[in-house]
Design a protein around this ligand. Structure first.
Ligand SMILES: Cc1cc2nc3c(=O)[nH]c(=O)nc-3n(C[C@H](O)[C@H](O)[C@H](O)COP(=O)(O)O)c2cc1C
Length: 175
């Protein structure tokens, strides 16, 4: 593992997000979901990330049970199998480690493993979780909550996001 500064991770994470990075959690079991929205920066004089998880995701349940996660960022493009399994199937229904052929690597400071296939890794401990208050959102962005797909459906857009802000406690690239 090669350490990398958060300031060097930031542009790589922002570049990778539109195609998807992995948000890994571990409570009942290991699980991983693709995320396309996220923020990396500084708050409370602390390096932080904020991720946005819709209320009915299995990942939401996992994060509420164990408030730690890892982020795995691809350095050589997206793997189609990982993208499909982790981005469109719920961990309620499958074991994603097996289905997506993920190679798990023990993390240094959190209980959630990292994923070797997407080697740029952030280890994160949740500081705050905040359900999004849509009454304060600029009306232009309410299009992301059109209320026409049920919350438990995999394409759910009816439920809002919960913003999880976490301290970055380690950042490195897996060899
Ligand atoms: C490119 C891409 C980006 C996504 N971004 C997010 C996101 O930021 N937040 C979210 O809640 N779901 C997002 N999803 C949907 C989840 O990855 C998907 O619903 C997943 O199956 C949830 O897994 P889980 O139920 O095991 O948590 C995204 C999917 C894709 C393909």
């Amino acid at each position: 593992m090669k350490d990398i500064k958060v300031s060097e991770v930031a542009p790589k994470m922002i570049e990778a997000l539109p195609k998807g990075i992995l948000l890994n959690s571990k409570s009942d079991k290991f699980n991983s979901m693709v995320i396309g929205w996220g923020v990396i920066g500084v708050n409370w004089s602390t390096p932080i990330v904020t991720v946005f998880v819709r209320e009915h995701r299995y990942t939401r349940h996992q994060l509420d049970e164990n408030p730690e996660f890892t982020l795995s960022i691809p350095l050589e493009g997206v793997n189609p199998t990982i993208q499909h399994v982790c981005g469109s199937i719920s961990g309620r229904d499958v074991d994603k480690e097996k289905e997506a052929n993920l190679t798990l690597v023990d993390a240094r400071k959190v209980s959630v493993p990292a994923v070797k296939e997407y080697p740029l890794t952030l280890e994160c401990k949740i500081i705050q979780k905040q359900p999004m208050d849509l009454s304060t959102l600029d009306a232009t962005f309410l299009k992301y909550y059109p209320k026409d797909v049920d919350g438990l459906d995999i394409g759910s857009n009816q439920d809002t996001h919960i913003a999880y802000t976490a301290e970055i406690v380690a950042s490195y690239i897996i060899d």
